[in-house]
Write a protein that binds this ligand. Structure first.
Ligand code: AMP
Ligand code: MG
Length: 484
């Protein structure tokens, strides 16, 4: 251990390397020319038990660029597969390096991964690098998601590399340090299944259970329980996404983490005006990953996970399929129950009444018809503000008020619940784009930093309306790009 290492407080203890060989390739990051630290998440560093305050920026830049590694790191690229827009491919970390599993002071185990850190054997035609814009985008949105209460990977640091990456144009290169509960994906299981090596598959499943769901180790049917638990985590996750108007954009099976965290922020975006068909990603021409299609796709991805797990469910394939179908058969009703519960919270409905589903549905229909802003409509309701001008809305509002008065608890509790469920501030695309452009084009991080700070307390009513105003027509962002 070097002096800097022991001072920083790394506690690497990596178990992934105990998996069979095909799951990873040991490889170091490719050093970069001139690393400069541009973002450092001090609050997250504290949670991780890392002391970075007294480390010079130049050393931090070397560290988070992958130029100088912590001694106990065991850098590797993970192998995985995935269904991308429905088509199967063998994949892997083409431009990311897992430095290792770090133990936090709370006893949690997190992956520390560099993204944009150079080519690996899985890079195919890619250059192994990342551009600054998309890495800052992942930083700001993942941290906003965390503050919004959504399970997500976190962002610890961004460094610029001093190198240019060639995309449609020449862009500044960057490396993001990502912190995750793990990087095991549905696609990791598909990869294991494709190997047709049941020992390897079982090793992966046992690793996932030990890491994320240790209570299942005692179960008589641990792999069926694994499938069911992952299903429930995904239902919880997608319900959160729908609550805040988030659209992941690339819900390929390689971008779905077994832990239930949101992972791989690419062309993701938040909806302004409510429309269930909203799609931003330039590569999603068919709307496969549209806002309201996300639960369906989560179910589709879980079916791919179930297929991969079949050999572990039962030695007899017919029996195995039957078990998998029994579990997945519960997806729709569990999702509906979850979603309805979430929407009840958004409207302060503190008991379950049969009239709730139509009441919710009619509001959403009205919002869609009128292009109402998703975030601001629910926030206004939470603040006790009402649009009295539209007769249709006024009629709905009267019925809602009547329903609220039937709550078993005092009114203020309903509004308090709503204020905790309906954020005032989300990372609106036009603002994110503005912040990224200033940083990328002019090296001006002030807009970015101000936005990051505001997004850290999304349920507080802001003093100024600067961050809550929907985009003007000329500010509207219609498309987002992977920009890998
Ligand atoms: P993503 O769309 O970022 O989830 O990436 C899909 C796959 O392509 C992953 O296996 C990535 O590692 C790989 N990939 C994306 N961009 C690059 C790049 N610039 N160089 C190498 N591999 C890449
Ligand atoms: Mg990915």
């Amino acid at each position: 251990m070097t002096d800097t290492d022991s001072h920083i407080g790394w506690q690497f203890d990596t178990h992934y390397t105990q998996l069979p060989e095909p799951f990873y390739t040991r490889i170091d990051p490719v050093p970069v020319q001139n690393p400069q630290l541009v973002m450092l998440n001090h609050a997250l560093a504290d949670t991780l038990g890392l002391t970075l305050n007294n480390v010079p920026d130049a050393s931090l830049a070397q560290l988070f660029a992958g130029n100088r590694l912590p001694q106990a790191a065991s850098p590797l690229a993970q192998a995985y597969a995935g269904h991308q827009f429905g088509h199967f491919s063998m994949l892997g970390d083409g431009r990311a390096h897992l430095l290792g599993e770090h133990r936090t002071p709370q006893g949690e185990r997190v992956d520390i991964q560099l993204k944009g850190s150079g080519r690996t054997p899985y890079a195919r035609r890619g250059d192994g690098r990342a551009a600054l814009g998309p890495m800052l985008r992942e930083y700001i949105i993942s941290e906003a998601m965390h503050a919004l209460g959504v399970p997500t990977t976190r962002s610890l640091a961004v460094v610029t590399t001093g190198e240019i990456v060639l995309r449609e144009t020449a862009l500044p290169g960057a490396v993001l340090t990502r912190v995750a509960a793990s990087h095991v994906r549905v696609g990791t299981f598909e990869y294991a299944a494709q190997l047709q090596d049941i020992t390897a598959l079982q090793a992966l499943a046992d690793y996932a259970i030990a890491r994320h769901f240790p209570h299942l180790a005692e179960s008589t049917e641990p792999y069926a329980d694994l499938l069911e638990t992952v299903m429930d985590r995904q239902i919880t996750l997608v319900t959160h996404w729908l609550r805040i108007g988030f659209i992941h954009g690339v819900m390929n099976t390689d971008n779905m983490a077994i832990s239930g965290e949101t992972i791989d922020y690419g062309p993701c975006a938040f909806m302004d005006a409510y429309d269930p068909a909203t799609v931003f990603s330039s590569i999603d021409r068919g709307g496969r990953y549209a806002y309201a299609n996300q639960p369906h796709i989560a179910g589709w991805n879980l079916a791919r996970l179930a297929e991969a797990l079949l050999p572990l469910l039962h030695p007899d394939q017919t029996q195995a399929i039957k078990q998998a179908e029994e579990i997945l058969g519960q997806f729709n009703s569990r999702f509906q129950t979850n979603w309805l519960g979430m929407m009840r919270c958004k409207l302060g409905l503190l008991s379950d009444e049969p009239e709730d589903a139509p009441l919710i549905g009619e509001l959403l229909q009205w919002m869609q018809k009128n292009g109402a802003d998703y975030t601001n409509t629910f926030r206004a309701l939470s603040m006790g503000e009402a649009n009295e001008e539209d007769p249709e809305f006024a009629e709905w509002h009267t019925r809602w008020q009547k329903r609220l008065s039937g709550n078993p608890k005092p009114q203020h509790e309903a509004y308090a619940k709503m204020l905790r469920t309906n954020p005032a501030i989300i990372p609106r695309n036009h603002q994110v784009e503005k912040a990224l452009r200033a940083a990328e084009n002019d090296g001006d991080f002030s807009v970015f930093n101000a936005l990051v700070e505001t997004l850290a307390t999304p349920y507080d009513t802001p003093a100024s309306s600067a961050y809550t105003t929907p985009p003007k027509p000329e500010e509207r962002v219609y498309q987002t790009f992977c920009g890998t």
